[in-house]
Design a protein around this ligand. Sequence first.
Ligand SMILES: Nc1ncnc2c1ncn2[C@@H]1O[C@H](COP(=O)(O)OP(=O)(O)OP(=O)(O)O)[C@@H](O)[C@H]1O
Ligand SMILES: [Mg+2]
Length: 355
Amino acid sequence: MPYKEYFEAASEGLIVVDRGGSILEVNRQVERLFGYSPKELVGEPIELLLPTALRERHRKHVEDYFAAPRTRAMGIGLSLAGRRKDGSEFPIEIGLTYARGTSRGHLVVAAVTDISQRLALETEARRAETVITLGTFAAGIAHDLNNPLQVIRSRSELVLESPPSTPACELNEDLATIHRQAERASRIIEGFLELSRQREKAVAPLDINQLVENTLLLIGEQMRKTGIAVRTELDGGVAQIMGDATALERVLINLLSNARDAMPQGGAVTIVSREPSDSPGWLHLTIADTGPGISPDALKRIFDLLYTTKQSGTGLGLWMSRRIIQEHNGRIEVQSELGRGTTFTIKLPAAGASD
Ligand SMILES: Nc1ncnc2c1ncn2[C@@H]1O[C@H](COP(=O)(O)OP(=O)(O)OP(=O)(O)O)[C@@H](O)[C@H]1O
Ligand SMILES: [Mg+2]
């Protein structure tokens, strides 16, 4: 088959790009994927097919690529997105083939695959896994719920048995306990409902600094009221990440409320974002507190489901946070020293990072 027929018969969208990042040629699949006719694309910069937020970064990638070209797969295990003519975005995977010294100079052929269907299947599989996990831990929840319920029952019996003449102030302590335990029970239930709820994952390019600012709007005031000084050192130059803002915000809220709970008498929390020079393509977000720290024994268990040392805790926070970060192909790590404080580090791949 002549070259042209191979080109058109490929199941992927094929895009030939020159050194300057301009599109020279595309096959029919590209039109199907992106909604542009070949005419509209030829001569345009390749970035036209990317979400606006990724464009600048990508231009640099093209330069770097031609400086040290090799055939490779991009976006495997990472989230890359394409942008259609109508502005909608979809997840893609890209394979790059380098063609040296053709009649049109050094070229690269990008093979683009739409992976939305595969991601949907993966999400479904993960959900099934969550359901199994929930089933396994149903007994744990039953046990966990039983504690507050026992307390509520015995305390309410005390109230019911007290003589009608008992002044309200004497009943207050029992009522407060009942109230606290009822709240704890409903938090346990809410946490599990949230876990099992099927929420559409909204993955989009995100600015991690913005996410921190948004989270502080929600919880910052509450922390300051507890006497906690919140300081941020956000590197304005960090790359964007691909992620689910609601889920990541939940992680930050949990880490910050844990820090607050650890320092009821006040203290300091420092939030730092940076792109460390020794791990390019990764963003690190650290949340450090000056609380009491966590003992080495406890440190091994804090990410376990239902592990909590708090009267009204559910022990879902860190477990769920770790899951969310893992779903973003990232990692969450902790360092702690008794008497000094605790630092959580979230590591996330930058959007468009290619290896
Ligand atoms: N910054 C911190 N300083 C000291 N201990 C911490 C810190 N963060 C977490 N921990 C310990 O880890 C435990 C588990 O945290 P996790 O967020 O999973 O649950 P929780 O905060 O107890 O309950 P929930 O988040 O469900 O309300 C906490 O109970 C606490 O003992
Ligand atoms: Mg928590």
